[in-house]
Design a protein around this ligand. Structure first.
Ligand code: PXP
Length: 254
């Protein structure tokens, strides 16, 4: 199977988190998106949460209107979000689980448990020409169900692996990594496009870039933290360089 180029999607949620801390208009997540694209990002990701804690409806509309690269609209599978996404018409919708009390998206979507509810939802997005991605754990049952549900894309939740790497839990990190390697292969063989995201930094992005099945990484929190010290354009360039170093390791692999 040919190795796809690896795209970098930059998540701008936390520019909005900072803006909302003072309730004004600055810093502007759309400005961050434009700066990230100018520095080499291939797309922009934003999560419209039900409580609107960071990205707001108007941000999504402006992102869609003002950026020149694909917009990946992350959302929970609710009727309200479906209505907004159909009106916004982003390039892609990534369906994520959402609980109000969580700090971030903590686990993958349970597509096995919720397949009856998700099937019509995915069908409506497919019919509207919006590329559906399901944010799931690298679990064979979830991956097989994602393919059955006719979602063209999955995004593998890398949070558990990244946390274990950062915390120095070598055995857990290795076990999580093996699940990701096998999950990516299974998904690709099932005809799914495979993305990955959550908790990635330069090191873990470089490692996962060496998996030929992965076509896109979506990264936010680490990059916005780095941007405080070296600026967003330089952070995007360094992330791109890390991903390219990883990708070069697969040259010569089938
Ligand atoms: N992908 C998905 C589906 C997410 O929910 C998030 C977090 O908003 C990310 C990627 C980015 O994760 P992080 O901000 O930890 O890089």
């Amino acid at each position: 199977m040919p190795v796809p180029p690896l795209r970098l999607g930059v998540n701008v949620d936390h520019v909005a988190t900072l803006r909302n801390a003072r309730g004004g208009e600055r810093p502007d997540p759309v400005r961050a998106a434009l700066a990230a694209i100018a520095a080499g990002a291939d797309g922009i990701t934003a999560h419209l949460r039900e409580d609107r804690r960071h990205i707001r409806d108007a941000d999504m509309a402006r992102l869609k209107a003002e950026i020149s690269k694909p917009l990946n609209f992350e959302m929970a599978a609710t009727e309200d979000m479906l209505r907004i996404s159909l009106a916004t018409r982003p390039h892609a919708v990534c369906l994520v689980p959402e609980r109000r009390e969580e700090l971030t998206t903590e686990g993958g979507l349970d597509v096995v448990g919720q397949h009856n509810a998700l099937a019509p939802f995915i069908a409506r997005l497919n019919d509207a020409g919006i590329r559906v991605s399901l944010f799931i754990a690298a679990d064979p049952r979830q991956i097989e169900m994602a393919a059955k549900l006719r979602a063209p894309v999955i995004e593998i939740h890398t949070g558990g692996w990244c946390d274990a790497v950062v915390d120095g839990h070598a055995a857990k990190a290795e076990a999580e990594w093996q699940r990701i390697v096998e999950g990516a292969r299974l998904a690709r063989n099932a005809g799914l496009e495979v993305h990955a995201g959550h908790g990635l930094d330069y090191k873990t992005a470089e490692t996962i870039a060496a998996l030929p099945e992965i076509a896109e990484l979506n990264i936010g929190y680490f990059m916005m933290g780095e941007a405080l010290f070296i600026g967003l354009p330089e952070t995007v360039r360094q992330m791109r360089a890390a991903m390219d170093r990883g990708r070069r390791k697969i040259v010569g692999r089938p």
